[in-house]
Write a protein that binds this ligand. Structure first.
Ligand SMILES: Cc1cc2nc3c(=O)[nH]c(=O)nc-3n(C[C@H](O)[C@H](O)[C@H](O)COP(=O)(O)OP(=O)(O)OC[C@H]3O[C@@H](n4cnc5c(N)ncnc54)[C@H](O)[C@@H]3O)c2cc1C
Length: 356
C-alpha cells in the first residue's frame, strides 16, 4: 500500500461525500466518481441526527447546515383531525441536541462545497463498472482509462455495482406496499418547524416534515400522499411527486480485501425513524478514521451489527406505525400520549425512537 493510500470513492451521495470530506480533512484527497452527470436536486433524506452533526463538526460542514436547516421543535401526532400528542424534540442529550430538517440535496451541496474547499473534487458522469483486486492493489477503469488504488469505497447506493463486483449477497426482503413522496413549497403551514404525523384509517399515515422555511416533505404509505393529507395545505409549487417501494436488506459483509461498502450499498430499510442517511454518514466517518489509522480489518465487525440493529428497529417502528390491528393502534396512541405528558418519558421516547 502506498503512503498515503490511494483511495477511490464510488458514489457522491451523502455517504461517499462524507467519507471524502473526512479523508480530505485528515490529509488524504480521494478520487470521487459519480455516475450522474450533475449533482442531484432531488431529496430523499430529511432528518439530520445529532450523531451526524457530531461528525460534520470535525470538518466545519455543520456550520452551513446549521444556518440553513430547520431544527425540529416537536413531533406532533394527529388523529381524526385533532392533535393527540405533541412531543418536544428539544430535550436531547449531548452537545448537538437538535434534529435538523434539510433536503438531502442541500446536505450534499454543503458536503461538496467542503470537499472542494479542502482540495478535493468529484468526477461526474463517471460510472464504476468493474474492478480487479490483487496483492498490491485494485485496478479500476474510469472513463476508459486504467487506474490503480489501494482502497476502494463502494458508496454507490442500493443497486451497488461495487457490491456486485465483489459478489457479496444483499440479503433481505422487498415489501409489496406502495409508498408516496412529494416535496412542495407552501406558505402558512401549521407548526412549520414540527415533524407531523397524521394517522388515517387502515394503518395508513401521512407525515409532513419541514425541509426549509417554506419547503416541506410529505410522505405516506398510501399511493398518493398529497391526496391523503387530511388537512388543507396552501401549496404553491409541487417540486416532485413519486411512488416508491421499501426494501429491507443488508450486505452479508462490508469488506472484501481492500474494497469496502458503506451507506445504502451496505444496508437499506424503511424511512420510518429517518435513519438511512445518518447510518451511512456514520459508516463513512468510521471507515475514514480506520483508513487514517491503517486499521481496516475490523470495519465489518464494528459496523455490521449496528446496521443490523438499525434495520431491526426501523422495521419494528414501521410495523408499529402502520399496523391495522386496533389494539396496536390503541397502544401507539397511548405510547405517544404518555410520552408527551412527562419530560422523562419524552426524552426516553425520542432517544429510543432515534437510537440516540
Ligand atoms: C423516500 C425516502 C425518504 C428517506 N428519508 C430519509 C430520512 O428522512 N432520513 C434518513 O436518514 N434517510 C432517509 N432515506 C434514506 C436515504 O435517502 C439514504 O439512506 C441515503 O441517500 C443513502 O446515501 P448513500 O450515499 O449511501 O446512497 P445514495 O444516496 O443512493 O448515493 C449513491 C450515489 O452513487 C451513485 N452511483 C450509483 N452507482 C454508481 C456507479 N456504478 N458508479 C458511480 N456512481 C454510482 C448514485 O448516482 C448516487 O449519487 C430516505 C430514502 C427514501 C427513498
Amino acid at each position: 500500500m502506498t503512503n498515503p493510500p490511494r483511495v477511490l470513492i464510488v458514489g457522491a451521495g451523502p455517504t461517499g461525500l462524507t467519507a471524502a470530506v473526512e479523508l480530505a480533512r485528515m490529509g488524504i484527497i480521494p478520487v470521487v466518481i459519480e455516475r450522474s452527470k450533475t449533482p442531484s436536486n432531488l431529496s430523499r433524506a430529511v432528518g439530520i441526527l445529532p450523531s451526524s452533526m457530531d461528525i460534520f463538526e470535525a470538518s466545519g460542514v455543520d456550520i452551513p447546515i446549521r444556518a440553513q436547516a430547520i431544527p425540529f421543535e416537536s413531533f406532533i401526532a394527529h388523529d381524526h383531525g385533532k392533535v393527540f400528542a405533541n412531543i418536544k424534540l428539544t430535550g436531547i442529550k449531548g452537545r448537538n441536541n437538535h434534529i435538523f430538517g434539510l433536503a438531502q440535496d442541500q446536505t450534499e451541496k454543503h458536503l461538496r462545497d467542503k470537499l472542494i474547499e479542502l482540495g478535493g473534487d468529484i468526477t461526474y458522469g463517471a460510472e464504476f463498472l468493474s474492478l480487479a483486486q490483487d496483492d498490491s492493489g485494485i485496478s479500476v477503469s474510469i472513463l476508459g482509462e486504467a487506474f490503480r488504488f489501494d482502497i476502494v469505497i463502494g458508496a454507490d447506493g442500493t443497486q451497488s455495482a461495487v457490491r456486485d463486483a465483489l459478489h457479496i449477497p444483499y440479503n433481505g426482503i422487498d415489501l409489496p406496499q406502495d409508498w408516496s413522496i412529494s416535496d412542495v413549497d407552501a406558505t402558512g403551514w401549521q407548526n412549520p418547524k414540527s415533524f407531523q404525523a397524521f394517522l388515517l384509517p387502515n394503518g395508513h399515515v401521512v407525515v409532513v416534515a419541514p425541509l426549509e422555511a417554506t419547503r416541506f416533505r410529505i410522505i405516506s404509505n398510501t399511493p398518493d400522499c398529497l391526496d391523503s393529507l387530511p388537512v388543507p395545505m396552501d401549496i404553491s409549487n409541487i417540486r416532485r411527486t413519486a411512488q416508491f417501494k421499501i426494501s429491507v436488506r443488508q450486505a452479508q459483509t462490508y469488506q472484501k480485501g481492500r474494497v469496502f461498502l458503506a451507506g445504502d450499498a451496505a444496508h437499506c430499510h424503511s424511512p420510518v425513524g429517518g435513519r438511512g442517511m445518518n447510518l451511512g454518514i456514520s459508516d463513512a466517518a468510521c471507515l475514514a478514521g480506520r483508513i487514517m489509522r491503517g486499521d481496516l480489518d475490523g470495519y465489518t465487525a464494528q459496523r455490521h451489527p449496528i446496521g443490523a440493529k438499525t434495520l431491526k428497529q426501523s422495521e419494528q417502528g414501521r410495523k408499529f406505525v402502520t399496523s391495522t390491528n386496533p389494539a396496536t393502534r390503541f397502544l401507539l396512541r397511548s405510547v405517544l400520549r404518555t410520552a408527551q405528558n412527562y419530560s422523562a418519558a419524552q426524552r426516553a421516547f425520542v432517544h429510543r425512537a432515534l437510537d440516540l
